[in-house]
Design a binder for this molecule. Sequence first.
Ligand code: SF4
Length: 464
Amino acid sequence: MRPDLVAKYRNQRVPRYTSYPPSPQFSAAVTAADYRQWLGQLTAADTLSLYLHIPFCRSMCWYCGCHTSVVEHEAPIRRYQAALEAEIDAVAGALVPDPAMSKGGGLPPVTHIHFGGGTPTLLPPDAFLSLMERLARRFGRPAATAEIAVEIDPRTLTAAMAAALGQGGVTRASLGVQSFDDRVQRAINRVQPYAATAEAVARLRQAGVGGINLDLIYGLPHQTVDSCVQSVVQALELAPDRLSIFGYAHMPSLKAHQGRIETAALPGATQRTEQAAAMAAVLEAAGYVAIGLDHYARADDVMALAYAAGRLKRNFQGYTVDTATALLGFGASAIGRTRGGYIQNLVAVPAYLKAWENGGDGWAVAKGLALSDDDRLRADIIEQLMCRFAVDLEETCRRHGRPLKDILTPATERALATLATDDMIACDKTRVEVREEARHLVRSVAVLFDAYFDPESGRHSYAV
Ligand code: SF4
């Protein structure tokens, strides 16, 4: 692509499309009553993905974009565990068992469990096992093929916790690395020697956790193409199954601690593009398959196979092989999705605890969004673009029982023509395909189908 065209699109601020409609559209009009109603509509034909958010860390990394806070003691984590268990009981109690299904108490089968944060492995090992047991008791044992994934901070993973993860049946661990460069690590307040990451990987493998993902970031302060490449090379020495390579989104107006990062040390847009491309080149030369915007996997990994078969999905964790029909979120700030719509819990931990403790009304729903037919159609189109880089608009509209003209308006046709002229896409009748060299800019194509997009909101990160 011509450099001026790359610059035109990479400077757009567009949603990451981990959901559609994006979470800034959620409102307090959706309440716990809506959530209970949507839960009651799930049937034994559904499948469940369970997400548990653990919003605690030992120290704050300055680039962090997650909902988390620093705790030094175990007591607040134990208290939070009790609230989570109360929420698990209440949500499971709102499902309506199918008497024809004895397995799992007649509830939809659990096909995916994810512990995110924060640092989930700050849970004491017995607390983690207790939560797993509670989930099994209330929702039934997960399917034999279920993926059970946990996000890990290698700096704080103890041998006892690694063993508990293995005992609890965890199949995949995502380890945060970001960069192995000392100078970069100091600039983001995350000093993590290579040996700490290597030891965590060894402990997890020894405990039987087979899937190892490593997360790296480009665009951090003081990063160069060379240091990014060096981090990938070191990461590959640990033989991960998957890597994710995210671009740092510097938004101190939304995350105050990011203001501690020296703005002058941040790479510019051209350098970011070069860093991402150099990291991708090393990974592809090492035999990893590029998946979507930011994932890489061994060719025989289930994510690479799902991508090749057009089964890749996208949710709040990014790209996923999770095909469950409902996502139930537990914990402060956790987001769930059912056919009825999205719900998000209260973000602040004290407010979340209050909802579940001492006779609180027992539901911590802060906001959400009831999905319309138009939302579902556009979500499908955007997910296909994000996951497959192509969509047939006519076929998708037909599947949703909607006329093509609802999507292919004269304004959208004009915008598609501009994208085609700019070498971003190729159009064949109603099929839109993102050109290979423009795939890193796919969000700028997806945004055409976003009925809520406000270019003036300033709430989104740059496209690269
Ligand atoms: S360990 Fe992860 S969640 Fe915790 S502050 Fe650092 S980046 Fe954020």
